[in-house]
Design a protein around this ligand. Structure first.
Ligand SMILES: [Zn+2]
Length: 479
């Protein structure tokens, strides 16, 4: 509220901000019919999208005529919308800024998706885009973030909108925040740890790998470890065992903060009960399931197709995110009536070890279990070579022989193989800190049998992968 009334928002935007806030609050209490709201927004959005050269080109003349002439939202949703083609990242990449309905200089900020494994996708924002997105998340996070909290926003992505967007949300809730940057050149975290100490930072917002790196760095350099009351994880798919480990390390409460992307804006945000509520007021969602497109109510889980209802300047219509999600329409204890969604990651993130049906999640469940907390395991990387599996770990102290044998045996039982060796190292190879770029899971498994797969990565990522190969090879020679 303070945010809406502050000088940060000009008068004409304030009217929009209040109406969006009112809409969100009514929707989350089921005071207005969400289906009517969505249907009305959908027709308006698609009509407006015809101003963008991209949609002018990809929709046929007949279809465009039908869209222009239609004034019945129910008919549109049921009979015209299903005819609109599904778009993917390649299409929005090919068309780039031509997917916008306004000229580039009418945007407020220019951003791009991270795009480390290909060209980035434009993701510019208008002032209005910040207002609806900020309000949606701000209202949800107000359930557990309070005045007096101090938040660090640690997102090393200067091209993407996330750090600035997070800052706006903190302003909305009315809490102090700062967004420093980890120096990639030196990899030093001293300054960040000092700032956290001096400002009594009690909230962390950023990727889980970044938080873990802070702990590893503090431990390695005998610096005070951060203590947090709350942390919100963004950007990397991580499992429950990782979240639990971070809760142990920080002494605080943690949740996956939100889910979305630079292109789609935010689709869901967590409530105090750690459930990701879907912003149905701003997103029209469908599921791709066995080649059929279904509504979430009838589907449950599938690949998520997004239409961004409030994103008028750069409309995204039936965009296939490639993310697997699972909807839940049961009532959440927090009281918010919006359905919740669980992200199941992307199929490319799932790495199965050999023929045994063992995935990374199962390895993490052992590494980060309560059975191995003295010393604790911070982080790991798996190296596959022929039929051998090497697991390199960092720990808070050197473990005893009994501890190491116990861990080895647990992993051997899981994998039903004798060819496993766990080794404690002082520092993990550079690849390990690239979770934000090449995804958390992929940055933790290095398959020496498929080195050619890494050739696809651009520099300097490729170089860092090779440095990792070298470091690990040296470790292997010592074994
Ligand atoms: Zn909830």
């Amino acid at each position: 509220m303070d945010f809406i009334n502050s000088s940060l928002i000009e008068n004409d935007f304030r009217v929009y901000a209040y109406s969006h806030l009112d809409e969100f609050r009514r929707v989350s209490k089921k005071e207005i019919d969400i289906y009517t709201l969505k249907r009305n927004k959908l027709l308006k959005l698609v009509k407006n999208a015809l101003k963008a050269p991209m949609y002018q080109e990809i929709y046929s003349a007949d279809l465009k005529k039908e869209i222009i002439e239609c004034n019945d939202p129910v008919y549109f949703e049921n009979s015209i919308f299903p005819k609109l083609s599904i778009i993917d990242k390649k299409i929005i990449l090919d068309y780039g800024i031509k997917g916008s309905t306004i000229p580039i200089n009418e945007f407020y900020h220019y951003y791009e998706s991270s795009g480390t494994t290909g060209n980035p996708v434009p993701a510019p924002k208008t002032k209005v885009d910040y207002i609806w997105n900020t309000t949606n998340i701000g209202e949800m996070w107000s359930g557990f973030l309070k005045k007096g909290d101090v938040a660090i926003i640690l997102i090393n992505n200067p091209f993407g909108p996330a750090p600035y967007q997070m800052e706006k949300i903190m302003e909305y809730i009315g809490i102090m925040s700062y967004r420093p940057y980890v120096d990639n050149l030196t990899g030093r975290h001293d300054r960040i740890l000092r700032l956290m100490e001096e400002t009594k930072t009690n909230v962390y917002i950023g990727p889980p790998s970044g938080l873990m790196e802070l702990f590893e760095y503090a431990n390695r350099n005998n610096l005070p470890k951060p203590r947090l009351d709350k942390f919100l994880l963004l950007g990397e798919q991580s499992g429950m065992s990782f979240l639990n480990r971070l809760e142990q390390l920080t002494g605080g409460w943690g949740s996956v903060g939100s889910y979305g992307s630079s292109e789609t804006s935010t689709i869901t945000a967590t409530c105090k009960d750690k459930k990701l509520h879907v912003f149905e007021n701003s997103q029209y969602l469908e599921l791709l399931k066995e080649n059929n497109i279904v509504k979430p109510k009838d589907g449950g889980s599938g690949e998520l197709i997004v239409t961004t209802l409030d994103f008028l300047s750069k409309p995204l219509i039936r965009y296939n995110t490639g993310d697997l999600v699972d909807f839940d329409f049961s009532k959440c204890p927090c009281g918010c009536e919006l359905p919740t969604l669980q992200t199941l990651g992307r199929s490319i993130d799932v790495i199965n070890f050999g023929r045994k049906g063992i995935n990374q999640e199962m390895i993490e469940e052992i590494l980060w279990s309560d059975d191995f907390i003295d010393p604790i395991i911070f982080n790991y990387i798996v190296l596959l070579k022929d039929d051998d599996i090497f697991i390199f770990i960092t720990t808070s102290e050197s473990p005893s022989e009994e501890w190491s044998n116990r861990l080895n045996n647990r992993l051997k039982t899981l994998m039903r193989s004798e060819n496993i060796l766990v080794k404690v190292v002082g520092k993990l190879p550079p690849l390990n800190s690239l979770g934000g770029y090449i995804r958390w899971k992929l940055s933790r498994v290095l398959d020496l049998n498929e080195q050619k797969n890494w050739l696809k990565l651009p520099e300097p990522l490729k170089e860092m992968v090779y440095a990792s190969f070298e470091q690990l090879n040296k470790e292997l020679i010592k074994l």
